[in-house]
Write a protein that binds this ligand. Sequence first.
Ligand code: GDP
Ligand code: IMO
Ligand code: MG
Length: 430
Amino acid sequence: MSKNVVVIGTQWGDEGKGKVVDLLTPDISAVVRFQGGHNAGHTLIVNRKKTILRLIPSGILHTHVKCFIGSGVVVSPKDLFKEIEELETAGVNVRDRLMIAPTCPLILPYHTALDNARESARGSKKIGTTGRGIGPAYEDKVSRRALRILDLFEPEYFADKLKQVLEVYNAQLKHLYKTSEIKFEHIYNEAMSYADKIKPLVGDVSNTLHQYNQQGKNILFEGAQGSLLDIDYGTYPYVTSSNCLSGAAAPGAGIPPHSLQYVLGIVKAYTTRVGSGPFPTELYDETGAYLAHKGNEFGSVTGRSRRCGWFDAATLKRTVQLNGITGLCITKLDVMDGLEKIKIGVGYELDGKKIDLFPFGAHAVERCIPIYETWPGWKESTVGIKDYDKLPENAKAYLARLSELCGAPISIISTGPDREETIILNHPLK
Ligand code: GDP
Ligand code: IMO
Ligand code: MG
């Protein structure tokens, strides 16, 4: 029987999902992206060589693995081929191993234009999006006017739909945001230039994954973003525009929910956030700067500085519940080496009441005052440790406390960016 794993971000993204997906790939046959778009930036470091993936699943460096982009993903053809060509230049064969669902909504230049126009208009209240057109593309999907990959193969139908969509977009861009209109020919010609290129990559992802399950092949579902950026349960409106929870893998890949046997929650040993929105345990002092510098906390997609703060167990308690986490993978433990004292957020005071579970929506989270426990740090280096017993005692105590507060066991501990720098306590696939 196959054993499938969902790898999910449990915080505000950038927890180290890419590294962990790559690490587990030797034991699986397929890696599937099921939501988000090229707003993701997943970093893989193998033998000190860095690869950053945005849309292509993080299994691509292993030649035995097939990679799939499911229907829940919004696809910019231009950025897809940019990434494919970058990988091919680096000697990675992508085209024979990638299949994309025909029903993926397209991200076209007007989505990016509207994303950026909206952000400018919001001024100090901007979401801090990645500017990749993700929100507008998902809006088109749910309002049932999206152009999808399969429409590229029917030029007349595509042209008709595009004319209708542009009426909506140009009215907004011209009258509301006072920016230039989008020209039909420009979008049409550019989109059509990708039709023949993308065609060989398009296939029935859902049915292929069904066959894989029947053949007992293991599948890994690679989440993007993080649970606190989830459109329903995150710090709305400071969220992304898709569901980023484990359950989203089923509709996003076209598989039944009982195909998801193991949910691996990736969690940074501290907390980071990129973009705007409330972050109760954020540090504005030299400790925050220390974590940002040591953890190299700069966005892999936009290069923006990531905000840093203490570990927040109330957020994890919520996301462990929402995702049904089977095991946790704690990443970047090594970044905390050398801290004299370490704080753990264990809950909040919200409107005069004590709570230990993350509330819903930005408005409530903004009013949360964190309650901390203080733990002793460790002086020793944990960089590259592969054996749990070799960890400093204070690091072990910190990890045990995190696990206890979150309500989930730890399966993996990451002690460096490289594939090899990992402690495996319980392998999700063995
Ligand atoms: P993702 O979006 O969740 O895949 O994460 P990103 O790739 O955007 O950001 C995680 C960053 O941390 C990358 O630069 C990784 O190379 C790096 N990283 C992952 N695990 C570790 C770790 O255990 N220690 C250190 N120091 N860096 C790590
Ligand atoms: P990975 O997969 C961290 C954030 C943006 C912004 C909000 C909405 O690498 O973890 P969007 O462009 O999606 O409309 O932006 O979501 N965001 C991420 N933050 N990691 C990501 O992906 C993110 N993808 C989106 O910064 O706050
Ligand atoms: Mg990232």
